[in-house]
Design a protein around this ligand. Structure first.
Ligand code: HEM
Length: 147
């Protein structure tokens, strides 16, 4: 019990949980997109709602981690550090921007305003996928880059 709760275990578990949740949300996004391209509206709806649930869980774990653990500093130097900061900066800015976009996209769909849903969804989807991909990259660079 104590082993599960100590900060050392959390420091390993929370970043993994975070990355898993964001990547799963991205997989449901791709699935949802494939469904709507084939005109499977109900499957599209289910996949996209699942993606939103995983993104919301991600947010909960992210905030928990930010509150409990110190910020981890990237170990790389030189050009690698600049690449990391560009990825992290764009990820952070877009991760904030995407929240109202997702809510608006969802609202239009749930109200049956599908024309306008489609218009904004074409902006929301690529940004969301970028946030997922860079979220995973930041995790890999922070925790799995040698050195
Ligand atoms: C935030 C979650 C969602 C995202 C990111 C999303 C994304 C998309 C995208 C990218 C398209 C355009 C596909 C294309 O270019 O052909 C689309 C179309 C569509 N979506 Fe969603 N969607 C979401 C939630 C929903 C929900 C909950 C429904 C509920 C039924 C829905 C119903 C539709 C329908 C009916 C279309 C076709 C609209 C048309 O072609 O006029 N979507 N969605």
């Amino acid at each position: 019990m104590i082993g599960l709760l100590d900060l050392g275990s959390l420091a390993t578990l929370l970043p993994i949980a975070n990355t898993a949740l964001i990547v799963i949300s991205g997989l449901f996004l791709l699935l949802g997109y494939a469904f709507i391209r084939r005109k499977h509206v109900r499957r599209h709806r289910r996949s996209m709602l699942t993606a939103v649930v995983f993104a919301a869980l991600f947010l909960v774990v992210y905030v928990t981690r930010a509150l409990l653990l110190p910020t981890r500093i990237f170990a790389g130097e030189g050009a690698m550090r600049i690449v990391y900061l560009v990825i992290l900066g764009s990820h952070t800015i877009l991760a904030t921007t995407i929240v109202p976009l997702i809510l608006l996209t969802l609202r239009r769909a749930l109200r049956g305003d599908f024309g306008r849903h489609r218009a904004i969804a074409r902006v929301t989807l690529p940004i969301w996928l970028y946030v997922v991909a860079t979220g995973w990259l930041v995790y890999m660079m922070l925790y799995h880059l040698p050195g």
